[in-house]
Write a protein that binds this ligand. Structure first.
Ligand code: ZN
Length: 290
């Protein structure tokens, strides 16, 4: 089953929307990082949100990332995506176990703690565009709504849902972003608002195996699909990149590593847990190029 992001507008041209099915992508990420359930939920929601934001940029090579830094046990989450549909991400501490919240749900808010969310968009300029907000909710979807309102002056509805199975695999994962367009009709906004009153949580819909497109049509009526992009968990790390990381340590540090009686050097990519080994010969060769 492939994962995807759909993009489109409603018939009254009042809203644009993004919808994502991310079950496999989130399952792969949480398996690679061996996350506990509350981290799977937090990381999965962030991956789903950023996967959709990756389709909002003008150019396919543009990149968007979200950094969440909090004082809760997770510590932080970093997720990055591009227009091709490649999404990668990790949590600082993948293994957090805290009690369920008052509603009997995974307590993402307290796992993250008091936090700041930073959204960076690299659209090929010298400096990326950066927007930052304090996370008042901590449940991620509401915080993204705040981000769009404050940093992009766009009214949005954001819903993110990650359902975890008994064996800790991801049963369902998906998300919706609906944004009000400048020429939105008042009646269309009123109608959506009234429908949202009975919209409980996206997780409930996913639990009933409703597909994302259907949930969007339930909210917006007839829609026009403009694109459907396959998405996947994919990291762009490589031996060359890791060599560049080694070079950034500097000549002195690398010389110390070669001269010290240490074992081989192992670098691990945070985003995907891929391991890269460098023995003293490799490091010596890198030193020669400096
Ligand atoms: Zn990697």
């Amino acid at each position: 089953m492939t994962n995807y992001v759909v993009r489109g507008i409603d018939k009254t041209k009042s809203f644009r929307f993004f919808g994502a099915n991310t079950t496999k992508l989130v399952d792969e990420a949480t398996t690679k990082h061996q996350t506990s359930p509350v981290v799977s939920a937090a990381l999965g929601r962030t991956l789903t949100g950023v996967a959709m934001m990756g389709q909002m940029n003008k150019n396919i090579t543009d990149r968007v990332s979200i950094l969440i830094k909090g004082d809760g046990p997770i510590g932080g989450i970093i997720v990055e995506a591009n227009g091709f549909g490649d999404v990668k991400g990790y949590a600082y501490n993948p293994n957090v176990d805290i009690p369920l919240n008052e509603q009997g749900k995974l307590d993402v808010r307290n796992a993250i703690g008091n936090a700041v969310m930073t959204v960076s968009k690299d659209i090929g300029l010298r400096e990326p565009y950066v927007g930052q907000i304090a996370m008042l909710s901590g449940e991620i979807a509401e915080d993204l709504t705040d981000y769009f309102a404050i940093s992009e002056q766009t009214n949005s509805v954001v819903a993110l849902g990650v359902l975890i199975d008994k064996d800790l695999s991801i049963k369902q994962s998906g998300g919706i972003i609906i944004q009000v367009l400048p020429d939105a009709q008042d009646e269309a906004i009123t109608e959506l608002e009234s429908k949202l009153k009975t919209f409980t949580s996206l997780t409930n819909y996913l639990e009933n195996n409703q597909c994302i497109e259907q949930i969007i049509e339930d909210l917006l009526g007839d829609v026009e699909l403009m694109s459907k992009t396959d998405i996947r968990f994919k990291c762009d790390c490589s031996t060359e990149r890791m060599e560049r990381a080694l070079i950034s340590l500097g000549k002195q540090e690398l010389t110390t590593i070669v001269e010290d009686d240490q074992e081989d050097l192992e670098l691990v990519c945070h985003f995907c847990n891929e391991k890269y080994q460098f023995d003293k010969n490799d490091i010596g060769n890198i030193l020669h190029t400096l």
